[in-house]
Write a protein that binds this ligand. Structure first.
Ligand code: G3P
Ligand code: CA
Length: 276
């Protein structure tokens, strides 16, 4: 896979690795992201949360139990405390179809807590254009702090607005219109995705709130209401769909002409797209 350049045919959707290459490797670890880059993903997705001492870390769940050997809430631990935990052992490792493990997770903190700063470094080191989709968790529970810290961090890296020629392009996502609005106030040029779980009444006209250029429906929503993609497109929006892991869904999304596929299986999805 390593020698395959990211093949982007006109009209082919972008492939984003959801929490890294998270079917094959433990989600949100450096290992999962390095694998996604190796597998030729056009970009990666990650969820960010705040630690007790105000650091942004890449973790999906509010609690630690599912993806680490720790207990309790992420928000009640300092980064140093989280650094003691193992975020890799819970995962069964690559399945038969994924091939051999690409990295030794015990090396170099690869299965340790991943900070957003470290992920930005890894994406930058890919040495090719990479897109980073960042979802702020949790938009309604912790107020504006996550968006504020995120924009501050992106500003430090010069990523708070698209820059011509810069290899890394950041887009911020949320299920909360309020969080999207906060992000756009803090960084008006930063692209945003309005994530959509259920069919909201407000979407009946296909218009997204607060200047989001991209709509992010779930694959189940589009299976049940494929016309949502059409409505978003009719309003000039792009469509990034999550989480597309099955061949039939890849085919349907290509038929609907969506612009981005967010998947736990970037190598598989790329292969499927290449076959079409
Ligand atoms: O990419 C959007 C998707 O990640 C939203 O759902 O629960 O995986 O964060 P979740
Ligand atoms: Ca997410």
């Amino acid at each position: 896979i390593a020698d395959l350049p990211p093949s982007r045919r006109p009209g082919r959707p972008l492939v984003f690795a959801h929490r890294g290459s998270s079917a094959a490797e433990p989600e949100h670890t450096l290992t999962a992201y390095l694998r996604a880059i190796e597998e030729g993903a056009d970009g990666v997705e990650c969820d960010v949360r705040l630690t007790r001492d105000g650091q942004l870390v890449c973790v999906h769940d509010r609690r630690l139990e599912r993806t680490s050997n720790g207990h309790g809430l992420v928000s009640t631990r300092t980064l140093a405390e989280l650094g003691e935990l193992d975020f890799g052992s819970w995962h069964p490792g690559p399945g038969e179809e994924d091939g051999a493990p690409m990295y030794d997770v015990s090396v170099d903190g690869r299965a340790r807590i991943l900070t957003l700063d470290r992920l930005l470094g890894a994406v930058h080191d890919a040495n090719r254009p990479m897109r980073l989709l960042i979802e702020t968790k949790h938009p309604t529970r912790y107020g504006a702090a996550v968006e504020e810290m995120l924009v501050e961090s992106l500003r430090r890296h010069g990523l708070h607005e698209p820059r011509a020629g810069h290899p890394v392009e950041v887009t911020v996502m949320s299920f909360s219109a309020l969080a999207v609005r906060r992000t756009r106030r803090l960084a008006p040029l930063l692209p945003t995705v309005m994530l959509l779980d259920l069919l909201p009444a407000g979407l009946r006209g296909g218009r997204l709130p607060f200047g989001s250029r991209i709509g992010g429906p779930g694959v189940r929503l589009l299976r049940a209401h494929p016309e949502v993609a059409q409505r978003l497109h009719a309003r000039g929006h792009q469509v990034y769909v999550w989480t597309v892991n099955e061949a039939a869904d890849v085919d349907l999304m290509v038929e609907l002409g969506v612009e981005g596929l967010i998947t736990d299986r970037p190598a598989f999805v790329r292969r499927r797209l290449d076959e079409l």
